[in-house]
Design a protein around this ligand. Structure first.
Ligand SMILES: Nc1ncnc2c1ncn2[C@@H]1O[C@H](COP(=O)(O)OP(=O)(O)O)[C@@H](O)[C@H]1O
Ligand SMILES: [Mg+2]
Length: 251
């Protein structure tokens, strides 16, 4: 569980996050939605410690992130898996070596066990056959799956995905969404996903935080999103193809 209390972030005199309060529960896919520039990436970077918030609090299972010393933060980082917008794989390493990378960095297990763990993770994303391939030789969707395998290699308690479906076709996006969702349930991770993909919202939006201009505009579930009376949320949803189709079907 991750709890945010009055989280603010400014860059010089520009306030990007204007006091965010929310709770992301464990075992759930928590989605942060909002139009481009609304502050999703900045928020995620604050939560993982890549940006220092200007004020407010972040609690990891009750542990105050802002009050942690450098060493405590480093230990906490090992409990985080991250998937960023571009899969960000190492081109010169094979798929298996990419997944082993965090294990080589942080795990004290033997080579054999690290390798076995990496193979398990690759198998989990249905890529057990691709270990010897290089990132340049596989599709964008497969690269994303490798990134997911790498992100779960260290058995993270917290999983962060910034626009995991960017650049993927709708069908492949669905596979990635389902994979992140099932991993979240299986391992009970606290998963936070930044997205502006309405298919993801309606597919795996167990908890949705809609941010608008750096503040929490609306919060709810995918079942509540369609009947929400928030005007800004509605126009955000209206702008998506999926919503238009549903409206057409329902007359
Ligand atoms: N390092 C930075 N310095 C100054 N402004 C930034 C920085 N990073 C992001 N911003 C600004 O913060 C706002 C929110 O950006 P971002 O979180 O990337 O939006 P989103 O991910 O929702 O598209 C934007 O106006 C952006 O220009
Ligand atoms: Mg972003």
């Amino acid at each position: 569980m991750i709890k945010l209390v009055e989280l603010r972030k400014s860059f010089e005199d520009k306030e990007v996050l204007k006091g965010i309060n929310t709770t992301f529960e464990a075992g759930k896919t928590n989605l942060i939605i909002g139009q481009s520039g609304s502050g999703k990436t900045v928020l995620m970077k604050c939560i993982v410690g890549l940006f220092e918030p200007t004020s407010g609090h972040i609690y990891y299972h009750g542990r105050d992130f802002m009050a942690m010393k450098k060493k405590e933060r480093m230990l906490l980082r090992r409990e985080m898996g991250m998937i960023f917008q571009n899969a960000a794989l190492f081109d010169s390493l094979s798929v298996l070596e990419n997944v082993m990378f965090p294990l080589d960095m942080f795990s004290e297990e033997s080579y054999k066990r690290r390798r076995r763990r990496a193979e398990f993770c690759l198998d989990r994303v249905n890529l057990s056959e691709a270990g010897d391939k290089y990132p340049g030789e596989i599709s964008g969707g497969m690269q994303k799956r490798v990134a997911i395998a790498r992100a779960i290699a260290l058995n993270p308690k917290y999983l962060f995905c910034d626009e995991p479906n960017s650049g993927l076709d709708p069908k492949t996006s669905l596979v990635i969404d389902e994979l992140i969702h099932s991993i979240t349930q299986e391992f009970g991770t606290t998963t936070i996903i930044n997205t502006h993909d309405m298919n993801s919202v309606m597919g795996i939006g167990e908890h949705i935080l809609y941010i608008y201009g750096g503040h929490r505009e609306w919060e709810g579930t995918k079942d509540e999103v369609m009947t929400a009376e928030n005007e800004r949320l509605n126009s955000f949803i209206f702008a998506s193809d999926l919503f238009r189709k549903v409206k057409e079907i329902n007359g």
